[in-house]
Design a protein around this ligand. Structure first.
Ligand code: NI
Length: 181
């Protein structure tokens, strides 16, 4: 079996800057992709992962914001769409499996409503306010549209963070590692 850390696409990579295609049908391949993404997410101790982060340019994300070794509560969102993003803007330190070794403070709306299909094809609605889920939904759905957490920063700050990423990678950072800053 491939190393689950090696399965993660690390920035800079064109696949992280690409608009992903909607999923037309939930095939066995799509179910397999969901399983692979969840396996990778748990192995690297992430709380969310988007398909382009494993090199598949389709609109699927997996999220689990509060799992323990014994209890997992995974969400698989297919073709997710943010239908409401409002409330006060909040700054939160975000990490990303595709940016090993760095943390970035990103400001986003505190309340979101998201619609998505689940693996059974049912249309689901998710609402989150003032919590990690609200941040994670926006961060992961951004990935499906070629947007990373660094794209929310001003150019100078973004350049500094890219430099920090290069240094972290040179020092051997792996997906799931975050900075202490
Ligand atoms: Ni990410």
């Amino acid at each position: 079996m491939a190393d689950q850390f090696d399965d993660i696409v690390v920035a800079p990579d064109k696949r992280l800057k690409t608009e992903c295609a909607p999923i037309e049908e939930i095939t066995p391949e799509i179910r397999g992709l969901a399983k692979r993404m969840l396996d990778d997410m748990y192995a690297t101790e992430g709380c969310g992962l988007a398909a382009p982060q494993v090199g598949e340019l389709v609109q699927m994300v997996v999220i689990d914001v509060d799992y323990t070794e014994r209890k997992r509560n995974p969400y698989v969102l297919i073709n997710p769409e943010i239908v409401v993003a409002d409330g006060e803007e909040r700054e939160f330190p975000e990490g990303c499996l595709s940016f090993p070794g760095i943390t970035v403070r990103v400001t986003r709306p505190s309340h979101v409503v998201v619609r998505a299909r689940n693996l059974d094809g049912d249309l689901m609605q998710y609402e989150a306010k003032d919590n990690l889920m609200a941040v994670c939904l926006q961060h992961e759905i951004d990935h499906l549209h070629g947007v990373t957490m660094l794209d929310h920063l001003r150019p100078l700050k973004r350049a500094a963070k890219m430099h920090e990423l290069e240094e972290a990678l040179a020092a051997g950072a792996r997906p799931g590692d975050t900075s202490v800053a």
